[in-house]
Design a protein around this ligand. Sequence first.
Ligand SMILES: *Cc1c(COP(=O)(O)O)cnc(C)c1O
Ligand SMILES: [Zn+2]
Length: 436
Amino acid sequence: MSLKLSQESQRVPEVADDGIWLECIECGETFAPFEAVRYTCDDCDGLLEVRYDDLPTWDDFENDERGVWRYNAALPFEEGVSLPEGDTPLHEVPRLEESVGVHRLRIKHEGMNPTGSFKDRGMTVGVRVAEELGVDRLACASTGNTSAALAAYGARAGLETLVLLPEGKVAAGKIAQASLHGARILEVDGNFDSCLDIVQDLAARGEAYLLNSLNPFRLEGQKTIGLEILERFYADEGRYPDRIVLPVGNAGNTAALYKAFRELVASGALHPRDVPKLTGVQAEGAAPMVEAIENDADEVRRWNEVETKATAIRIGNPVNAPKALPGIRETGGTAVSVSDEAITSAQRALAQEGIGVEPASAASVAGLQKLRNQGVVEADEDVVCLTTGHLLKDPDAAFEAGDDPEPVPNDTDAVLRHLEGRSGGVLSKLTSRFTR
Ligand SMILES: *Cc1c(COP(=O)(O)O)cnc(C)c1O
Ligand SMILES: [Zn+2]
């Protein structure tokens, strides 16, 4: 496998601050990291990436910290605004592993972060950068989880927060979080992509500091998902996973994991042949990345109409596509779309292993199952699926996927008669298998 490593050449530009700078992924222009607020390249509007003069190896992560900031050797600061985040479980799922039919399957459950999604990893770094820049109002467009994380981390830092959400398309748990943590919530009569257009305009006019994953610093925090997976999988299994399967919305995580791997390869910590195949999963009703991969296109075509019950990935214009497409291609991965029914079925299968996730998260497992059935994923592979958000984020979807409560009289004998009379509920769940 040939990873494009030329980008990691150790040329430190004059604008660097303590060995850190921003670089345009399109034209290579470099910028000082913390002097001015900037999200994209001044010259060509390309996406920016954080660059480091010094890239860490595994030894550099040996310290007493846990979670995201244990990896501060790979981050722009020593510490950040922390709740704390990261250090999430890498579950074993023996029954699911068998029914999917791969050699090893582990589930990295990012729903176990402080606000219940991986967005916390990006926010702990992003809000630290906001402090460095001295801004006083933070903003994001969100399908829900980014707004929950921004509200919590903004509150922690004592900063004002503003979130733009697509009206009627955000799961209840997420709005509840943004609301209680004190964000000002604007419900836009449009989809996520329209919310992002507006908040980018507001940011460009200096009204707020933008903390969507267009912000390159958020992706730095999200790199730690990849670092944790590799470290834990290696400690447990004595080798690295062949493949990492993840849900794709704006493709920030796909870009972040790819960057983590490239930096490890550049520092000599990871052999290029040990880089896991990045495999993205989208819902059928919102699959522009899958379309680009299938058509071998250089660019992603914006989908104006998107629909799926997996609201966290109900996105038609993935802003990080230019960073993520090479990540999928150069690691030998692929992208696949799955139906809402397959997502619900995977959500149930995970729940039967005790792992509660929201619909978007279950897309990873549904995608793996589909690729395994197609023979794209082979039986001898070691796979990690990323589950991005917690079950309680979307209680309505959980109720729909699960069995209904059974009303019974206020009387023990009547309860017993009811239990004998019907073997529904719990038992039907235990016996229903994850169907291929
Ligand atoms: C944000 C989010 C995603 C999408 O992640 P991207 O990095 O935008 O691709 C997937 N699942 C959940 C639960 C999310 O909150
Ligand atoms: Zn540029």
